[in-house]
Design a protein around this ligand. Sequence first.
Ligand SMILES: Nc1ncnc2c1ncn2[C@@H]1O[C@H](COP(=O)(O)OP(=O)(O)OP(=O)(O)O)[C@@H](O)[C@H]1O
Ligand SMILES: [Mg+2]
Length: 381
Amino acid sequence: MAKNLFSGKFREASVFLDERFLYPEFIPERLPFREKEIESLAYCFDPVLRGRKPFNAFVAGPTGVGKTACVKYVLRELQDSFDRAKLLYLNCFEYNSRTAVLSAIANFVGAALPRRGLATDEIFSKMAEYLRKCGYTPVVVLDEVDQLLLSEANSKTLYDLVRIVEHEKLSMGIVMISNDTALTSRLDARIKSSMAEQTVMFDPYGPAQLKGIISERAELAFVKGALDNEVVNVAAAHAARLGGDCRVALESLLKAGRIAERANRPKVQLADLASAFEDVDAVSLLKGLKHLDKDELGLLQIICQNQPVQSGRVYELYSRGSGDGLKERRLRDILSVLEKQGLVEGRPISLGNRGKSREYHVRAPRQLLEKEIEKQLSAKK
Ligand SMILES: Nc1ncnc2c1ncn2[C@@H]1O[C@H](COP(=O)(O)OP(=O)(O)OP(=O)(O)O)[C@@H](O)[C@H]1O
Ligand SMILES: [Mg+2]
């Protein structure tokens, strides 16, 4: 019996003109409120037009503030207007070892390396050989570069890249992108001065900026009238509360649109947005865990397992577990980091004549969070 599953009933009331405009990897024609950062990036690559080596750049700032989008935007412009520059974008979650990064660069400049069997030194000399004769300047973006710096062996990649540029005198530009604004202060001075000739910092967006940005994207993505201003405002305010993360705002609108569409409604409602927040927030919060250190993860784990829990009790449990004294001041700092990232929420409570305290609970689904904490803790052992 025909089930009529694909009779088009899902499409009667599409709220989207083209939902791809809301995808996180989409790079819009305009990136409002990032003129200054785009200008600084363009300055780094300008020397390429005069046949010189670009300045290596370090780009940092919190999550979802347009770092990847702006770097790609500027480098595409460069590539389109000047055929002697070519962009190689590597996300270090995927390219997370010295061999992976060097092989990718070597292959990019035409070395066609065999898939396995080459030692790092051989890959390095192939890379140098082909770079010398490729006839253009590759600009290599190492996005999420902290993933490459987790182990000492892989951190050597940065020395290889410095060697290419300083000793072999080959022209190549490097852009490192990270959430960790203090990353370069942990690098060896030589690496730092060579790899971070220019630093471009991205600040979080405020509510009004988020509103402007997502209104523009929503106008492209939604059918006229499918999205009220109010929905855009609430999405922007929510993202602002979560640290100015534009990705959260765009993803929430996309999910809300899909919910409305599935229910065959021609308009996105605030309730659709509220359901979308729940999913999107959980995912983005979990993503933030990778930047926490062991103490921060440990405290989060305690809150997760004992919530709702007062700060005094968190302190007690943590000292008992780890055996060493975490200074109370540090504990307070960590709690405020966790709160700022939206991972926990603290509310003031009164302890009667013993004064005041704060009581904490986690802001993501507990089981998911616990699993992710364990994963991160074992990766950081
Ligand atoms: N000024 C802007 N105008 C339009 N869209 C923007 C702007 N800033 C960010 N976006 C959009 O927000 C989303 C997140 O931006 P992006 O991926 O560049 O963040 P990021 O800073 O690289 O974050 P992460 O550190 O998590 O990788 C993308 O879809 C991007 O296109
Ligand atoms: Mg990024």
